[in-house]
Design a protein around this ligand. Structure first.
Ligand SMILES: Nc1ncnc2c1ncn2[C@@H]1O[C@H](COP(=O)(O)OP(=O)(O)OP(=O)(O)O)[C@@H](O)[C@H]1O
Ligand SMILES: [Mg+2]
Length: 243
């Protein structure tokens, strides 16, 4: 997409109702994609592909004309641009024209106030017209926060989603007890579970579409995928994964 195209889109209603990964096959496995106005949880172990999935969704959203803000505890702006370029999901042009805003979060001395600051910052993004918010990852903030305050954060997110904002929180599975995870996911409209499984000699990445409220097709799908430099996420047939 060229910059003049972007300026033109700014004046038009993009009218999209789905957040896409920009990869039709993956969207299809997610029941068409995540509906706008959803609160989503991407959950998984370390290196299971959470950030790459979030980056695919950022790329897909930007190409559909959405304005996207990312709060990241894992990247600087520069390292994120480099990482996304290496996966051929370059978003530098969108960053330069302000369709993408990236906020690296300092969490070395995180305390319970950080989650409150985060929700305040998300509201600010909404006020400046940003439409899709990603938090990758919320884990370092959650681990220093009482469970009731974490639930309150998700409830606040849910209220913003009811006003039309789309919010995707990424979390490491190990940071949450099973009981607490159930409580959190019951608040979310979509829950994508990633894991790495040893299949024979290979380590295979799996995504389970545990829930997508309002999806046009059935959810509950499990897909195996790999991450390829110069390509991004690529679905691989389960039979090949098992072979
Ligand atoms: N640019 C890239 N080129 C090639 N492989 C990559 C690239 N980025 C990620 N990968 C592969 O994908 C895997 C998952 O990466 P990703 O950063 O999405 O995991 P994650 O679940 O976010 O991990 P973490 O919990 O550490 O944040 C990496 O371990 C790596 O093998
Ligand atoms: Mg990550």
């Amino acid at each position: 997409m060229t910059l003049p195209d972007l300026e033109q889109e700014e004046q038009l209603e993009h009218g999209k109702s789905i957040i896409s990964t920009g990869n039709a096959e993956i969207d299809n496995k997610m029941g068409g994609g995540i509906p706008v106005g959803s609160l989503t949880l991407i959950e998984g172990d370390s290196h299971s592909g959470k950030s790459v999935l979030a980056q695919q969704m950022i790329w897909g959203s930007l190409h559909d004309g959405f304005r996207v803000s990312l709060f990241t505890t894992e990247n600087t702006v520069r390292s994120l641009m480099k990482q996304m370029q290496s996966l051929s999901i370059d978003v530098l042009d969108f960053l330069l024209v302000g369709f993408l805003r990236v906020y690296p979060m300092r969490v070395a001395r995180a305390d319970r106030r950080l989650l409150q600051e985060l929700i305040t910052a998300i509201v600010k993004e909404q006020e400046r017209g940003m439409e899709v918010i990603f938090v990758d990852a919320i884990t370092p903030v959650i681990v220093v926060t009482e469970e009731t305050d974490v639930l309150a954060y998700f409830e606040d997110c849910k209220k913003l989603c009811a006003q039309g904002l789309t919010i995707v929180n990424v979390v490491h599975s190990h940071a949450l007890s099973q009981d607490f995870l159930v409580r959190l996911t019951s608040l979310c409209d979509a829950h994508l579970k990633l894991r790495t499984e040893e299949v024979g000699e290979r380590l295979v990445k799996m995504m389970e579409v545990a829930k997508i409220r309002g999806a046009t097709k059935t959810t509950g799908n499990i897909v195996s995928f790999e991450i390829e430099p110069g390509w991004g996420m690529r679905i691989i047939p389960l039979s090949k994964a098992k072979g």
